[in-house]
Design a protein around this ligand. Sequence first.
Ligand SMILES: Cc1cc2nc3c(=O)[nH]c(=O)nc-3n(C[C@H](O)[C@H](O)[C@H](O)COP(=O)(O)OP(=O)(O)OC[C@H]3O[C@@H](n4cnc5c(N)ncnc54)[C@H](O)[C@@H]3O)c2cc1C
Ligand SMILES: NC(=O)c1ccc[n+]([C@@H]2O[C@H](COP(=O)([O-])OP(=O)(O)OC[C@H]3O[C@@H](n4cnc5c(N)ncnc54)[C@H](O)[C@@H]3O)[C@@H](O)[C@H]2O)c1
Length: 448
Amino acid sequence: MSFDYDLFVIGGGSGGVRAARIAAGEYGARVALAEEYRMGGTCVIRGCVPKKLMVYASSVPTMAEEARGYGWSTEVGRFDWQAFRAKLEAELNRLEAIYRKGQTGAGVTVHDQRATVIGPHEVRLADGTEISAKHILVAVGDVPFVPEFEGREHVLTSNDMFKLDALPRRLLIVGGGYIAVEFACIMEGLGVQVTVWNRSPLMRYFDRECADLVTEQMQARGIATRIGVTVDRVRKTAEGLAVTGGESTETFDAVLYATGRVPNTKGLGLDAAGIKLAVNGAVMVDDWSQTNVPSIYAVGDVTDRIALTPVAIREGHAFADTVFGARPRRMDHDLVPSAVFTRPEFGTCGLTEEIARAQEEIEVYATSFRPMRSSFAGSPDKVLMKLVVSKATRKVLGCHIVAPDAGEMIQLAAIAMKMGATKEQFDATCAVHPTMAEELVTLRKPVR
Ligand SMILES: Cc1cc2nc3c(=O)[nH]c(=O)nc-3n(C[C@H](O)[C@H](O)[C@H](O)COP(=O)(O)OP(=O)(O)OC[C@H]3O[C@@H](n4cnc5c(N)ncnc54)[C@H](O)[C@@H]3O)c2cc1C
Ligand SMILES: NC(=O)c1ccc[n+]([C@@H]2O[C@H](COP(=O)([O-])OP(=O)(O)OC[C@H]3O[C@@H](n4cnc5c(N)ncnc54)[C@H](O)[C@@H]3O)[C@@H](O)[C@H]2O)c1
């Protein structure tokens, strides 16, 4: 049977572009890709990249404060959101062009429109064109989830945060995961009065001690938090958006919902093609990212495994190696490190103390202190370095860091953990002095 292409990729985000580029560029496959919005996907256009640039912008007042602590007579001045937004848009256009060039340069045919699946080897583009392919890769990502309540149409999602006409004076953020706490710190840094409402403690699935320290420091910076509350309704009034949760009503200029994301499979034709979906719409795949329909694979957030860009990229790459490169490779989802870009940052890899303790006997090594840099500047900020160690094997099961640049530090600690390093091997590594990270190799006695 002959097909128009060897591979048709639906979605030009982290997972899709990597798979398409490797299949076409390295293995010579005939590949087409459809993207309905902007090339690069969530990470490049409305996720990691613009978010991190906003993190940098929002960190400047803290830097200025610190500079004063070091003897500089500096004032931070006024933040110009319009100027920043114009630069951000130019940067995203530049990156989008690079991603597009990466595809066309590798020989991928790009269709700038929506595609849906109409059979095991067939897709239909929004303009009605039908295309056949030996393999189809579903890499459509996920979309913000906003629960049902009265006034839901008045709230924003993370997609809107990069395009605001003006910064709100008073912002309510609902949720307590990555997106909620990152935007809380960003907006506070940009001068917005921020309140966070969540039904459970912030960063619930993270190491409790670390999540609590990040929460305390967010509160110390002036971010108001209300835990154990859900929103009943949002009403537009002359003063702003009146939000009612439980007994009380407060008024804000904008409300951001960051209550998770759901797989983007609505209307994609997957059930009609016989593909098994989970209850939340996620595409069910095996370790090779293959669905129950052998010609159709899926990678990235749409599979609801670990929703991070480097994971989507590796799943896409492993798929291309396996199917087109005759190099069978599976993505290893164990010990994937990540960072929450709060202020201070929170880097994490492996098991939380709570999960590890439920599984086996452990020792916990931890230290919390005011680092030299902030202590000299007169800032109360504290850092926390923590190792969770198996009593039986001595392996470091979890490493959790709350500190400026914790994302950079956890990347390196994760290499040792992936190699199976024991606590004694961490200890055998000589410290770099004076640094914060040296504490990771000088934690002598367990605290628990
Ligand atoms: C605010 C925010 C911040 C984030 N920060 C980080 C971070 O700091 N670090 C990190 O690792 N991860 C971060 N993430 C998560 C990261 O962005 C995702 O894990 C990653 O983008 C997933 O890649 P993907 O290929 O699965 O999907 P996506 O990148 O979402 O790509 C899917 C693409 O498919 C397109 N599409 C969908 N349906 C169709 C269709 N039918 N036809 C054609 N095209 C279609 C979409 O337009 C989209 O471009 C963040 C996410 C958000 C929302
Ligand atoms: N730095 C990073 O790596 C980074 C940054 C942003 C996003 N991401 C990825 O994107 C994913 C999505 O982020 P997110 O913050 O939207 O989701 P999340 O799953 O991290 O957090 C969702 C939050 O919403 C709350 N919630 C869920 N349903 C609710 C409801 N019906 N009513 C009230 N509250 C509700 C949950 O209790 C939780 O606090 C993350 O899991 C992560 O994988 C990663």
